[in-house]
Design a protein around this ligand. Structure first.
Ligand code: FRU
Length: 335
């Protein structure tokens, strides 16, 4: 629970009232109470700290927006948001700030697993409940994990790729895989799930060794530009998120090869991946819901003393030419 600041309030009151008569003392007391209420955010009872890894990709901005909108529905919550700016040291410092302030619950979407696990353990050791969102850690000493099943999404992408390249047992083609940040669990799981499916297809060749695109469109572009220079035939690109798939598409377009290649991504946010599918730039993308709103709902349950599940898995969906336009219409992105 928050520090009420009562002793310091009493001291301020005594100092402010020194030498005043009672009607004036009363006036000062009312003023102080009003000031106190506005500084402490009115009726907020709980402080929730949210440590976001980065806000570089639009998916992260949507994540923050959904989290903030949900939090704004509960006046009992005061939300503190910190942006790790894609920098591990900054994200650790943000977590330390929450620990020092003794917030009531921490939500964190860690940039990477290894480097962020110790500071989450530290929070747990200091008695602060932690809910981990989207990217996982090296152990599960935290209270809860909320995120998509990235291995399953990888498998769905693998099956989709096999279907595009000729079907089970007959698939043929050269594939470029562009990894997300290799030190993060979604990238590893998206690779493992995909690889498990395509490894059963002797006609499929994976052209590159592990290529880390760090989830960024510009790095996806560069990896693809090099792959295009080295390989005269590329049939399909599987990128671990839509920005990198789009970067790869742009690299292929710049050398006039985009029509020869199929592009698969992950995230499927309407204004980005689904729009690119609808425009025929990506062939398909797989929904990776943000855990923002659910994170707040679970934090509130916890603060209200209810028990919460150790793991919540968010659902996915395949988006391709068959459903992209309808979803854009539902989201009022196209008419
Ligand atoms: C954004 C992002 C998403 C991806 C997720 C994985 O930072 O790269 O595009 O799906 O993180 O953690």
């Amino acid at each position: 629970m928050r520090n009420t600041g009562i002793p310091s309030l009493k001291k301020t009151f005594e100092t402010a009232c020194f030498g005043l008569n009672w009607p004036n003392k009363l006036f000062v007391a009312v003023l102080l109470l009003i000031l106190c209420a506005s500084v402490h955010g009115g009726s907020a009872k709980y402080v929730v700290g949210f440590s976001q890894a980065t806000t570089t990709e639009p998916w992260r901005l949507l994540f923050n927006k959904e989290l903030r909108v949900e939090a704004s529905r509960y006046p009992e919550i005061e939300l503190l948001v910190r942006n790790g700016m894609d920098n591990i040291s900054k994200q650790i410092a943000d977590m330390d700030e929450f620990i020092d302030r003794q917030v009531d619950v921490i939500l964190i979407s860690p940039k990477v697993a290894d480097a962020l696990t110790p500071v989450v353990n530290k929070a747990v050791d200091r008695g602060i409940p932690v809910i981990v969102l989207d990217r996982d850690l090296n152990n599960d000493r935290y209270t809860q994990f909320i995120g998509g099943d990235n291995n399953m999404i990888g498998r769905a992408a693998g099956e989709y790729a096999v279907g595009l390249l000729g079907g089970t047992g007959k698939a043929k083609g050269n594939i470029v895989e562009i990894w997300g940040g290799m030190a993060s669990t979604p990238a590893r799981d998206r690779h493992d799930g995909f690889h498990r499916v395509i490894a059963r297809e002797p006609g499929i060749t994976s052209l590159l060794g592990p290529a880390d695109g760090d989830w960024k469109q510009d790095i996806g572009y560069e990896i693809m530009a090099e792959a295009l220079e080295a390989h005269p035939v590329i049939d399909l690109v599987y990128a671990h998120n839509d920005p990198m798939a789009f970067g790869a598409y742009l690299a292929a377009k710049d050398v006039g090869r985009e029509e020869d290649i199929l592009f698969l991504g992950i995230d499927a946010i309407p204004a980005e991946g689904i729009k690119w599918v609808n425009e025929g730039k990506l062939t398909a993308t797989f929904v990776y819901q943000t855990p923002g709103a659910e994170g707040i709902r679970q934090a509130l349950k916890l603060l209200n003393g209810e028990s919460i599940n150790p793991r919540i898995t968010l659902p996915t969906q395949t988006i391709d030419a068959g459903n992209a336009e309808q979803i854009l219409r539902d989201n009022r992105i196209v008419k």
